[in-house]
Design a binder for this molecule. Sequence first.
Ligand code: GUN
Ligand code: ZN
Length: 433
Amino acid sequence: MTPTAIRADLLDFVADPGLDDRASPAVRWRPDHWLLIDAHGRIAAVQPEAPGDDWHKVDHAGRLLLPGFIDSHVHAPQLDVIASWGTELLDWLNTYTFPAEAAYADPAVAQAGAERFLDALLAHGTTSAAVFATVHRVSADALLAGAQARGMRLITGKVLMDTHAPDNLRDDVVQAEGHCEALIARWHGQGRLAYAVTPRFAATSSEAQLAMAGRLLTRHPGLYLQTHVAENRAEVAWVAELFPQARSYLDVYARHGLLTERAVLAHGIWLDDVDRRALADAGAQIAFCPSSNLFLGSGLFGWAQARAAGVNVSLASDVGGGTALCQLRTLADGYKVQALAGQRVTAWALLHGATRGAAEALRLGHEIGRLEPGLLADVCVWDWAQGPVGQRRDALARGLHERVFAWLTLGDERHLVEARVAGVARHTRPDSA
Ligand code: GUN
Ligand code: ZN
């Protein structure tokens, strides 16, 4: 690409800002600076003055530039059932999700769905994600090929589910292991792609399948593990019946060697202190999914307790349990869930959990999440405000935290001006010139 310099208000984090410090020194605020992107799509420098004539210049003065958002837990096929009415988790899976996912056995459906999903991520300001495909190998293949074509950092895998699921969505241990091995050989470590061993949740995998998942992790260093844990009280009770020998829901995974530093466990609402200690000791992360937790009525995630125990926490949409791909909406819901849980979290805590914090938890801090020379230029430019209400609120904001908090509370994907992946503009709002 042509070396490119972008002028905007730059915001990122040099450390973890904690949960409630509005004046945190971890915030790096560089208003009206230039971000220089080299020919390989890496950040070359950040400086207050315009660079020389050999740089192509893009002037977004008066707009906000952030690292592209990272969504640490999202289901590609569930765009087809986003905003489905009337159910808690287990009924929602049976009524809406499983029938929709069955369609992805068809390679044409899987291909079109993957393209639609990846383009939608970019159009909502998310440049990297850990994604659930379906149980079908073709659905993971299509996502990985689509991400490769777009240069995106993507972590995904075929879902493992060999029990307590409809016939047309069940695999078996031998077939699933073969498909995982083939996907790993083809994609894992290719460019910006990584494979995630993806048992859907404890209830839909046999002991033998969970053991196979553990074997894959030991056989192939650097693989991710993604699953769900302790999301809903009926689910927790069911898992306790299915695995009476386990101390807790989380312990089902621990017993099979699935708690690693590259493990992403969604929700973790109904955990206890022993579970939190096990997660912290493993270096695993909880993907906090506030939109989904509100929509499905699952409960209030204890972010402060997780943090006190030393557990890594990232912010995730969990579409289609969650109702928006835009991480601004996820963050705004995160504030509200924490308010209900008795904790006022800062804009910094929320933004960090969808940028640098998620990158570090995914062990990708050397590649994404900050505006730092050497990192890939996955960056998004946003309007500070849209329309009379947002513009008035923005004009009245006193201080940076107030301004950024109003932005993330009132903002959405219509505020997104452009999304760049490794420096290349992959989404541009038509009226943004
Ligand atoms: N638990 C098992 N599968 C799912 C899923 O698809 N979405 C959510 N939110 N929870 C799950
Ligand atoms: Zn999920």
